[in-house]
Every structure is written in C-alpha cells, then in structure tokens.
Design a protein around this ligand. Structure first.
Ligand SMILES: NC(=O)c1ccc[n+]([C@@H]2O[C@H](COP(=O)([O-])OP(=O)(O)OC[C@H]3O[C@@H](n4cnc5c(N)ncnc54)[C@H](OP(=O)(O)O)[C@@H]3O)[C@@H](O)[C@H]2O)c1
Length: 370
C-alpha cells in the first residue's frame, strides 16, 4: 500500500478534479514462493484510465487470483471511464485491499459491496490516515464544500514576514523558494491580500523545475482587494494571459472601477463583509464553486490572521530562515489578539520538517478533521 500511495502521488499535478489514486497488483506468497508484484499503476489525469486499470494492464502475467492494493475504494459507476470494479472482476482478482472508502456519500461502500457480492475478499483501512492525507484537498472539498486552505509564509527566526518598512524580498534562500514553487503548482488557487500586492508586486505563478506537458492548468491568482486599489501596472495584471486573476472586492465599490479591471482581463467579484475585511467564508465558497479544492494563502500578516481567526485554516507551511528582523511594527505570521495561555495555542499535527539550504520548512495540519 505504501508503494501504491507513492505511485498515486505522481498524479498530483494532473488528476484534478479527480483524486490521486495508486494501485499495486500482488501475487501473494504460496507454495514456497515469496509474494511478487505483478503490475502497478496510477491515475495519470482526468479522462485517462483509473489506477486499477493501469495496474492490471501492466501485469507481467494474468492476475487471476491475485491481490490488488488500491489507495481509494474502486469506483462502481460509469463516469469518464468504465467502472474499476468491473475491471477487477474481469481480471479474476481474488482480494482487494482498500486504504480508504470513497468520500462521496452516494457511492461510499458501493464499490466494496459489489466486489464482495461477487466473492472477492475486500479489506478496508490499511494506511487509511496516509490515504486521507494524500487526498486531503479532495476529501475536504467533497465533505465540507470548501477548498483546503494552506497558509504559507517565509519568516525570520523571530517570526517576521517583513521588516518594519515592509521589505520582504527575500527572507529565505533559493532552495526554499524553489520548493514553494513546487507547492504552488499543486493547488488550483493562490491568494494574497492587496497590501502584499502593493508591497511586493508578486506574479503568484508557479515556476517549478518542470511542469507536465498535458493535464496541468495554472492556478487562479486571487487578490482580496476591498476597494480595488490594485494598480493597473501590477505584475498580476500584466501577466493575466498566462494565468487567470480574480479580484474580490466589497459590494460598495463603484462599478466603473470593476469594469476598468475587467477590461484589463481580470475577473472582479463582489463579496460581503465589513470595511477592510471581506467575508472569507464567502470568498472560499465562491472559489469552491469554481472547482478550487486547494488554495495557497500567501499573506500578508493581516490576511493570515483573518483566516486563522475565522478558523478556516487547514494546513500551515512556514519556511523559517536563520535570521532576526526585529521591530515591533514589523508584521509577524500571526498577529491579532492571540491566546492567553500556552494550552490555548494552536498546534500542528502530522508534522514535516524539511531542510532547504540554510532554511527549514515546518509543515503541519491545523485541523485534522477530514
Ligand atoms: N514573508 C512572506 O512570506 C510574506 C508573504 C506575503 C506578504 N509579506 C509581507 O507582508 C506585508 C503585507 O501584509 P499586510 O498584513 O500589511 O497586508 P495583507 O495581509 O497583504 O493585506 C491586507 C489587506 O487585505 C484586505 N483585506 C480584505 N479582506 C480582508 C480580511 N478579511 N482581513 C484582513 N484584510 C483583508 C484589506 O485591504 P484594504 O485595506 O484595502 O481594505 C487589508 O488591508 C508586506 O510587507 C509583504 O511584503 C510577506
């Protein structure tokens, strides 16, 4: 199943809106022979065969009586491709080990049931937490109706996002920044506050080492700009042909301002909220309606704080540089009122620590409730 999870991960840039799925077909040990892998595969992209079919097609001998390890419950309905349960039954698979059941209430358990009705032994739950983690965007999106929110920032050792003058380029080194570009390529939206756009003039495009030739779409670039202060010569607008830009503004903004930005290729959407604070749940709901299942929130301090205070953050990725910036006016990753006692602090789960040159990425999940 570990191998199947690793394979599934290979589809991370191209399978959206489908889940990442891997499958390994194994001939179990018997008659003095050790168990062997007969074939393996993963779902490459939407419209392409599912992992089970890929693995069955790759088998080096007929998989009659073999065991299939699949990271997600096999589908039993006709979608873009025929049902996987059919392929497993036709191939004579005797046992299917499933990491996690399908999140869709309408189909959950149906694939498992159908296989069992046809005499296949089905075991569910092997490495279930890892399988949920692998597809955390997908599970969250389909169970909560909102995108999975990752807060991402580069900070100094004293937690500063920028200096007191607003200067922030670059807190971390090249390796950390290259890593962040890989993460950008995995989400469907990258979001920033207007102050960050004014201070840094970012492009918010993923620029990873390589991108797939097909099946990958540039993420939507999102700005929270209540009063539509974005300058017409902002990098975001200049690069609008390369990747779409959507600006959320308040309901009170004059239509002429919105039209002028639409004329420059941006989408402009009005949303609720109070002055200087757009309603983030509405923003996320709107992104979900556009099919966004994972959003990377790239600051600045006020936007991070607003997402944290609204309890809308699922995951945190902080690249920590071995530097000290200081200054009580300099923005920190999480401002706001803060908690009173250490016991009330938010803690990360499923921690990952990665050394990237002189910097360290600390990544974890804030609300492990998929
Ligand atoms: N190190 C890093 O990784 C990193 C990343 C990003 C940014 N930064 C730095 O952070 C600084 C900018 O941070 P910032 O805190 O000043 O600004 P910000 O968070 O980028 O933007 C804040 C603005 O967003 C708008 N907004 C819309 N809805 C909001 C809501 N619900 N809550 C809060 N604001 C909302 C408001 O605009 P209006 O005022 O127009 O109403 C608000 O002033 C810059 O210096 C930048 O360099 C660092």
């Amino acid at each position: 199943m570990r191998r199947a999870l690793d394979l599934a991960q290979q589809g991370r840039l191209t399978v959206h809106p489908n889940p990442r799925v891997g499958c390994v077909v194994v001939r179990p040990a018997g008659k003095g022979e050790p168990s062997r892998i007969l074939g393996e595969g993963y779902h490459r992209r939407q419209g392409m065969p599912h992992a089970e079919r890929e693995a069955l097609a790759a088998c080096v001998e007929p998989p009659q009586g073999a065991t299939a390890y699949v990271t997600l419950e096999p589908c039993c309905h006709h979608g873009a491709t025929p049902p996987c349960t059919e392929a497993l039954l036709q191939a004579g698979i005797a046992r299917v080990v499933v990491a996690v059941a399908d999140p869709f209430p309408q189909v959950r358990g149906k694939g498992i049931e159908l296989l069992r009705q046809h005499g296949v032994q089905v075991d569910v739950g092997l490495l279930e937490e890892d399988a949920r983690y692998l597809n955390r965007f997908f599970f969250h999106f389909h169970t909560r109706g909102l995108p999975w929110v990752i807060l991402k920032a580069a900070v100094s050792l004293d937690g500063k996002l920028a200096t007191r003058t607003g200067h922030s380029q670059w807190i971390t080194g090249e390796e950390a920044r290259a890593h962040a570009h890989e993460i950008r390529a995995e989400v469907q939206a990258i979001l920033a506050g207007i102050q960050t756009v004014l201070a840094d003039d970012p492009r918010l495009t993923p620029r990873p080492a390589s991108l797939p030739e097909a099946g990958w779409h540039p993420p939507l670039r999102v700005v929270l700009d209540p009063e539509l202060r974005i300058p017409y010569d902002a990098q975001l607008l200049k690069t609008v042909k390369r990747a779409p830009v959507r600006i959320y503004c308040s309901r009170e903004v004059p239509e002429t301002l919105a039209q002028a930005l639409r004329g420059r290729g941006a989408e402009v959407e009005r949303t609720g909220g109070t002055a200087h604070r757009l309603n983030l749940t509405e923003v996320l709901g709107s992104l979900a309606r556009s099919g966004v299942s994972g959003v990377l929130v790239e600051g600045g301090a006020r936007i991070h704080t607003a997402f944290l205070e609204a309890n809308l953050v699922n995951e945190v990725m902080v690249y920590v540089a071995p530097s000290l910036i200081g200054g009580k006016e300099a923005p920190t990753f999480y401002m706001g009122r803060g908690v009173d006692t250490i016991q009330q602090s938010m803690r990360l789960e499923r921690l990952r620590r990665i050394h990237l040159g002189e910097d360290t990425l600390i990544q974890g999940i804030l609300r492990w409730r998929l």
